[in-house]
Design a protein around this ligand. Structure first.
Ligand SMILES: NC(=O)c1ccc[n+]([C@@H]2O[C@H](COP(=O)([O-])OP(=O)(O)OC[C@H]3O[C@@H](n4cnc5c(N)ncnc54)[C@H](OP(=O)(O)O)[C@@H]3O)[C@@H](O)[C@H]2O)c1
Length: 362
């Protein structure tokens, strides 16, 4: 039976590239509804054989009705890792399950930050197939050094707990430092690597923000998209890829050190005259203030935007047959092209919006 899928974030970097890959993925029959916010986006999604759906995502009644009225049995949520309204979406899926007898699925896009030092996650290696991930995440809000990160962990837990209570299969999909040219019709650049460039433009230098040599998972945007596709292929094929407490996916081939990323990007920025000196040094308070101006966030939040330690290890994707094309170190080889791409599109760059004056902890 053909399935109906609801996709959010189609005009974004990740959602747009996912749609592009979906076109030629040879998946079983399905219908895609892509949520749009303008006539231009509505027209653009049609080239991917998606049906545009105008929907105010903050209106939970409207979201529930859209899911139920269109017999949506799969949701790919790609627009807000801090969304607390997901129970309404999940309950609507449960209604579709009751009405059709089909399994229903909710994929929630979070971020590797919610599994990092910023969010009170373990700082020793732990796998995305670890059976205790839900209890790890449940312990994080009280430990998270940054309130917004504790909230992100709570949002993930809300998805897993609500889905379990309502018989919905849930997946927590975590992109990391994603890089490479976005292939969708909308945003072409990552919200992650752009922060390094914007901070460097503001200070005319690339600064490191941590002591030591912390590492972070990375992923080419095309590989991030093929993992979204492979999960969908399995769902449409009726396979159980692991869901709920076993449904976490870190989309990454592996990690690299921030210092290596800063150095590679610093070199590319020096070549283009954006920084005066390509040597990377530790940011002092004044540098953090200037970097914060550049990336439009308070100085205390700068390390969260472009640093930190994430020791989460990706194993789940490979277990379901996902084969990333690019090794983790490719991000260093691609740094020159990445800087070029960001400088070309920086006027339209997006970032994590954290209003000035927001405290780290309430
Ligand atoms: N890129 C990364 O490296 C990365 C890493 C970790 C996590 N993530 C997370 O993954 C998700 C997608 O990232 P991205 O890089 O694709 O972000 P993006 O390029 O900024 O795209 C965000 C998408 O969400 C849509 N959107 C945002 N708020 C919305 C709302 N209230 N109603 C309807 N649509 C809304 C945007 O629509 P408009 O175009 O109409 O604004 C756009 O399509 C985000 O939640 C992000 O936090 C991304």
């Amino acid at each position: 039976m053909s399935r109906s899928i609801l996709l959010t974030g189609a005009s974004g970097y990740l959602g747009g590239t996912f749609l592009e890959f979906l076109k030629d993925a040879g998946l079983p029959a399905h219908k895609i509804y892509a949520v749009v916010r303008s006539d231009k986006q509505a027209e653009a999604v049609k080239q991917y054989n998606a049906s545009p759906m105008s929907l105010d995502l903050s209106d939970t009644d409207a979201v529930s009705a859209a899911i139920i009225d269109n017999n949506i049995s799969i949701v790919y949520h790609l627009h807000n890792p801090l969304d607390m309204s997901t129970p309404a979406w999940i309950k609507a899926l449960a209604t579709v399950k009751q009405q059709t007898g089909q399994h229903v699925h909710f994929l929630f896009t979070t971020g590797a930050k919610l599994f990092s030092s910023h969010a009170g996650a373990p700082t020793e290696p732990f796998s995305d197939t670890d059976p205790s991930l839900l209890s790890i995440q449940q312990s994080q809000p009280s430990k998270a050094p940054i309130d917004a990160m504790g909230l992100g962990a709570r949002c993930n837990n809300l998805v897993v707990e609500t889905a379990k209570a309502h018989g919905v299969r849930s997946y927590i999909f975590a992109p990391c430092i994603v890089y490479g040219r976005g292939l969708g019709f909308g945003n072409k650049i990552s919200i992650q690597t752009v922060a390094v460039v914007k901070a460097a433009v503001a200070t005319r230098r690339v600064y490191k923000v941590d002591d030591g040599y912390p590492t972070w998972p990375v992923c080419h945007v095309e590989d991030n998209s093929t993992l979204y596709v492979e999960i969908l292929r399995s769902i449409l094929g009726g396979e159980d890829v692991g869901e709920g407490e076993s449904g976490y996916f870190l989309a990454s081939p592996g990690s690299v050190a921030w210092d290596e990323i800063y150095a590679a990007m610093g070199k590319a920025l020096k070549k283009r005259g954006v920084v005066d000196d390509e040597t990377v040094v530790k940011a002092d308070r004044a540098a953090l203030e200037s970097m914060g101006e550049g990336i439009d966030c308070p100085a205390d939040f700068v390390p969260m935007q472009l640093g930190g330690l994430c020791t989460w290890v990706p194993e789940h994707g490979k277990k379901i047959g996902w084969k990333p094309k690019y090794a983790a170190e490719h991000i260093l080889e691609a740094a020159d092209a990445e800087v070029e791409l960001i400088l070309e599109h920086m006027g339209n760059a997006r970032s994590y919006a954290i209003p000035k004056g927001t405290p780290l902890k309430q």
